[in-house]
Design a protein around this ligand. Structure first.
Ligand code: AMP
Length: 463
């Protein structure tokens, strides 16, 4: 299948050629024709599958075929959980639409930055709006934008939006749009809540499932190290230096721990930067661009901050702490092994995280092989019962001195590639003015935590 068979205009095909894309990814081959037909779509796809082009291209195609009025009401709305993901999608819309004549106007709005420039830009009209829910509602409240002409709605990373407590904002936004519209829902995982949302939102959708649901990417080499708390920092440094990892994305459960890990790595002479919600937008942007251009070897992030980061060929992901929500494990390791490249996901598991590990293994439907590193004796960390040892692949033999659980041969997989390209995530919103508005995620998360006591690892106030 080639892009030219998908029903896209020569202008869009030219942009794809500019981008160097040769063939559509599986999600694009399925989503683009369905979207062009005007069908609703329910797609199970992680970041890295090419899903952004999967919904952006048909939106551009459909809107460019319609006559452009003088006033430019929002005709396509793309909702996304985080600021950086919104920015990333906005860039894609611009990139793919660059040869259209006349051009379609697009804009990106999220919190944590001044609202007035956004209001000014929206006044001139916009065809395609990429938005985080909190700031969008602020803007609607200030009458800066109307949604009553929206023809296509995209909920991107819908699972994350629900995890972050955006469901009420999403419901409010849905009420502001015409009933008659096209709905596209993209989600990496499918919880009961997502299925319920899909059930109420979508009308006879085309279902697309490019990666088995809740299944960790096959191309990712996963392993766990059983470790006592005091050893974690030393083990992390050992893994990075001993195996000469060119780049790694390290996940922590809290912002505080992200800072501590970063400082520890810096003291060990490793260039590291933290990215989380307490960092200013400038610091986050600088950390991410340093990581993208290879100046920063290790980026330490919380789940929300790293959400949707698009870094091609990122060779290593480390779970310094396991996520509280098993599906976050799938999201985290989805940062590596993308676009057919191989990747390695290493989890450091403390004794009190063993329950979380079991839940993750249940979700992904496999036992993650256990690894050990030379000089680190973790046998005391998690005493296995003989039964459990039997159940481990290879009869529970812990691998020694390899630094990775598979394909080891005693050597580390360095991944070869450099982490490149991309963006990160964490957005703010809330305050209708000012550059330090309340947090786009934290606000609903706090609300949710109060009401239900539930929440993903990211939703606690210190994540
Ligand atoms: P996404 O899953 O939308 O975040 O896309 C992941 C990455 O794949 C982005 O860097 C895109 O530029 C890239 N990409 C999207 N579609 C294609 C394609 N058909 N061929 C090659 N790269 C692609």
């Amino acid at each position: 299948m080639s892009f030219s068979q998908l029903g896209l205009s020569p202008e869009l095909l030219r942009a794809l050629e500019d981008a160097g894309y040769q063939t559509p990814s599986p999600i694009q081959s399925k989503a683009i024709p369905a979207c062009l037909e005007g069908r609703d779509v329910l797609a199970a796809a992680q970041t890295g599958t090419g899903k952004t082009a999967g919904f952006t291209l048909p939106i551009l195609e459909r809107l460019s075929r319609e006559p452009q009025g003088h006033k430019r009401p929002v005709r396509a709305l793309i909702l996304t959980p985080t600021r950086e993901l919104a920015a990333q999608i906005g860039e894609s819309v611009e990139k793919y639409g660059v040869h259209l004549n006349p051009r379609l106007k697009s804009d990106v709005v999220y919190g944590g930055v001044k609202v007035n420039p956004q209001i000014t830009r929206l006044r001139d009209g916009v065809d395609i709006l990429v938005a985080c829910p909190g700031r969008l509602l602020d803007l609607v409240g200030q009458k800066a934008v109307r949604l009553d002409q929206v023809e296509t709605l995209v909920l991107d990373e819908a699972d994350r939006m629900l995890d972050m407590g955006f469901i009420h904002d999403i419901k409010k936004i849905l009420r502001l749009m015409p009933r008659q519209r096209q709905n596209l829902l993209f989600s990496a995982t499918f919880s009961k809540e997502i299925r319920e949302l899909a059930g109420t939102l979508l009308n006879n959708p085309v279902s697309i499932d490019v990666a088995p649901r809740n299944t960790a990417a096959e191309s990712v080499d996963q392993s766990v190290y059983m470790v006592e708390k005091p050893q974690r920092m030393a083990l992390l440094t050992h893994l990075i230096t001993h195996h000469q990892w060119s780049q790694a994305l390290v996940f922590t459960a809290t912002k505080h721990m992200a800072n501590r890990v970063t400082q520890h790595l810096q003291k060990a002479g490793i260039t590291a930067a933290a990215i989380h919600g307490n960092k200013s937008q400038n610091a986050r942007t600088a950390a991410l661009s340093g990581f993208k251009n290879g100046e920063v070897q290790v980026m330490v992030a919380t789940d929300v901050a790293a959400r949707g980061i698009d870094i091609s060929e990122l060779p290593n992901v480390v779970n310094f702490e396991l996520p509280k929500t098993p599906s976050d494990y799938v999201h985290r390791i989805g940062r590596t092994g993308r676009a057919g490249a191989s990747g390695q996901a290493v989890s450091l598991v403390m004794p009190d995280e063993r329950g979380q590990l079991k839940q993750i293994e249940k979700l992904i439907g496999r036992t993650i092989p256990q690894a050990s590193a030379e000089g680190f004796d973790f046998t005391r960390a998690v005493p296995e019962t003989p039964d459990e040892r039997e159940q481990r692949p290879g009869g529970g033999q812990r691998r020694q001195g390899s630094g990775q659980a598979r394909n080891n041969g005693g050597g580390a997989r360095n991944g070869g590639g450099n982490g490149r390209s991309g963006s990160n995530n964490r957005s703010r919103s809330g305050g209708s003015t000012g550059s330090t508005g309340s947090n786009e995620q934290a606000r609903p998360a706090r609300r949710r935590r109060r009401s239900s006591g539930a929440g993903s690892a990211d939703n606690s106030g210190n994540r």
